[in-house]
Design a binder for this molecule. Sequence first.
Ligand SMILES: [Zn+2]
Length: 452
Amino acid sequence: MFEGHCDYALLPQGWRANVRLRAGADGRWVEVAADQDREGLPRLGRWVLPGMPNLHSHAFQRAMAGDAERYGHPDDSFWSWREAMYAHAGRIDPDSLHAIARWLYTEMLEAGYTRVCEFHYVHHRPGGERYAPPAAMAQALLAAADEAGIGLTLLPTLYQRGGLRDEALAPRQLRFGCGNDEFLSLCAGLAARADGARLRVGAAIHSLRAVSGASLQALLGEPFWRGRPLHIHVAEQRIEVDACLAVHGRRPIERLFDLVDVDARWCLVHATHASASELDAIARSGAVVGVCTSTEANLGDGLFDLAGLRARGGAWGIGSDSHIGLDPREELRWLEYQARLASGRRTVLGGPAHEDVAANLWLEAVHGGARACGAVVGGLRLGADADWLVLDEDDPAFAGAGPENLLGRWLFAPARWPPLAVGSAGRLRVIAGRHLAHDAHARAWRSTLARL
Ligand SMILES: [Zn+2]
């Protein structure tokens, strides 16, 4: 059981002083109380934040991050990057996935991500033959998360066709494909191991390109999905929007809402090309939008209108997706900067009730991210996952800072200081800025990359 006392903690309502924190055996907060004496409790530090959920990850892509940054062709785009990604995916097996994911999750914890939604579609051998056991790749991810000690929301991903007109899977996509029955049994087998705090199991629909409307409706008719997180890549590229209009006469987000009852279980990843009426529908539905700022920038996806979603009361969170960036501060800073560049204003993602832009960004992303991970609530409050960060009070960057400007310095000023300590599901995983198993996990990562 974890417990401690800090000078200041960022609670859902803002900074509070002299906070006692206690986690239960189930990995959730059982006590979060401000204005308390320390009474012999361990001192955690001066500044404690809620851990950040990472709502979108493809772990295997960590091993190619930065390798596709060479000029290829004037029309180089998401679609040519996708070819490089397929070639990379073709080299991954359960052993390499385990080493890559374990190092990735170690890096995430060191950066302040305490839980991750793994959008997992590389299910089979490269030609499509099944592994024995068939869930070997998913089990590699479970082991990686368990050994790194990050909370995992595992989202086995349904991928069935090569395009909106029911094209067959291309040879390089065969290892992604599952029928509905096979998919349901894969998810049910994994869900039997879920324990609520450390591991949750939901599902992802790769995209409307990859799954037909009829198949999606048949799958979601199963009672298994009640209360489970459901994610989808929804409108990442303008070409996708045009293709969906050409085939169905509807934009992808409109089409999704036509097909299924989108509700608070849903996370719409890359709602980049949402129209005003689609933003209305998302906000009304209670779905969370998954924004992956660094990846969306890297792939040239487009600018998401986060200010528009927030004005409608919509929820959102952040994901590191292809892991071209692995720092939650970078994702949040660039969301605000995108909004500034687009509007010619400053402090766009704050507001009269949220003067501290950095604190506001952190809290909104924590709360939306927690919902996308399948938690009822997020942040430093009763019943939420007991995930936290301690900032380094001795860092010269914080000289003279108080609750009103600390996070502004941490998030917007030259950012080189990671959290000092990080805990997930009630257990400390990072001390003095380093994961407790940093060296062992880095060694296995290095030898795996040498082999790939
Ligand atoms: Zn993705």
